[in-house]
Design a protein around this ligand. Structure first.
Ligand code: ATP
Ligand code: ZN
Ligand code: MG
Length: 308
């Protein structure tokens, strides 16, 4: 399938989802409201994730979809993904500046000049607030840490692909500890993720992947990430069978975040980290794609798993 065919298929499927009322368009590509039916599927899948992962005793943390700007700056996100970042700016001028703003708005000119960066930045991945938070607690316990997060995430990647949103939800488990503990966690979830998604009776494949690092230096980072098999994705066809969509991802960061925030294992070594991420909207879209737009008509076995 060439690029034009792919784009046509994506646009057509988005239109279908909108006509069915599952996605509510806002006039911005990648920014959607969702119906009650869609949200019910997201909630049921979230509960399914808890059933598979909740028994491991993760500490639950819930953050708003924004990050302390200082954490964001320390994370080096701007080095790797400047094109995806969403910073929050706000008006901070005086009355004169306000009058200018209103005049520009009225005249249809750029009114954003006076906007200044606030202390918060949109969360790019649900696990980002966790590392600096854990670092502040001091050295890890003997058996490391396991954290459970769920957050809206923002990425500036507008697309007509209904599966590529600018604001979407990510559930994650994050393991922080020794290399052995962290690698074991990722192996466990590679298996579990496959089994869990297979139980939902959708076609799937697991493959090595890379993040979209920016620029020419980024291409090298992507290659080395692939060579070292640091990222895997669980792929399910949504708008294309040739190019299936990443619905879960399994990431081994080695000591990258441990170094940035000086997270230490109980033995004093720099901690390693890994995370498994569940793309909530993508999983819902995959279920709608393979079982139809009406969950009442889904296979009884799948309904039972999700609704009991
Ligand atoms: P892709 O390769 O498709 O861009 P990704 O590698 O950027 O995905 P991760 O950064 O690993 O994805 O994010 C974890 C999960 O969040 C993904 O597996 C996916 O399910 C979901 N996700 C990522 N980007 C988006 C998006 N733009 N819209 C909806 N869900 C997304
Ligand atoms: Zn993560
Ligand atoms: Mg991406």
């Amino acid at each position: 399938m060439n690029m034009i065919d792919a784009a046509t298929a994506q646009a057509a499927y988005r239109d279908e989802l909108v006509r069915a009322g599952l996605l509510i368009p806002t006039g911005v590509d990648g920014l959607y409201g969702r119906s009650g039916v869609f949200e019910d599927v997201v909630e049921r899948f979230d509960a399914l994730v808890t059933r598979w992962g909740g028994k491991d005793g993760a500490e639950v943390m819930r953050f708003p979809p924004a990050l302390n700007r200082q954490y964001f700056e320390e994370s080096e996100y701007l080095k790797s993904f400047p094109h995806l970042a969403g910073t929050i700016h706000s008006f901070a001028g005086d009355e004169k500046a306000h009058r200018t703003l209103l005049r520009r708005l009225e005249e249809g000119q750029d009114w954003t000049e006076e906007q200044v960066a606030t202390d918060v930045v949109m969360t790019p991945a649900a696990c980002y607030p966790v590392y600096p938070t854990i670092a502040q607690r001091g050295p890890l316990p003997e058996d490391g840490k396991l954290i459970d997060v769920f957050s809206y995430c923002f990425r500036h990647e507008p697309s007509i692909d209904p599966a590529r949103m600018q604001l979407f939800r990510m559930r994650e488990y994050i393991r922080i500890g020794t290399p052995d503990q962290v690698v074991e966690f990722r192996e466990l979830w590679l298996e579990r993720g496959r089994e869990m998604m297979a139980s939902l009776e959708v076609p799937l494949d697991v493959d090595v992947a890379n993040d979209p690092f920016f620029g020419r230096a980024g291409a090298m980072l992507s290659n080395s990430q692939r060579e070292q098999k640091l990222k895997f994705e669980l792929l399910i066809p949504i708008t294309s069978t040739e190019k299936p969509t990443a619905c879960l991802s399994f990431n081994y960061h080695q000591d990258h975040f441990g170094h940035l925030w000086d997270i230490r294992s109980a033995d004093g070594a720099v901690a390693h980290t890994a995370c498994v991420g569940f793309g909530m909207e993508r999983v819902a879209l995959a279920l709608f794609r393979h079982h139809g737009f009406d969950p009442a008509a889904w296979p009884a076995s799948v309904r039972k798993l999700l609704w009991g």
